[in-house]
Design a protein around this ligand. Sequence first.
Ligand SMILES: [Zn+2]
Length: 71
Amino acid sequence: MAKKCIICNEQEAVYKIKDTFDYYCVECAEENFADLTILVKVEEEAQRLKEYLEKKKMNGEVDENDDIQGD
Ligand SMILES: [Zn+2]
């Protein structure tokens, strides 16, 4: 379920602006942003989120299945 670039709406988005839902393919990102450092890679962002959630799970902060298995 890859995100599409919001500009050309054709290519698969590789970059997104941090904390937004603006997704861009490489070409459009380079065309529209002189400074690509404001963009994050969609992959890396997804990976970071996954790691964050896994860490929380390990710390018992997330009750994913909400299992009650005694005390
Ligand atoms: Zn594009």
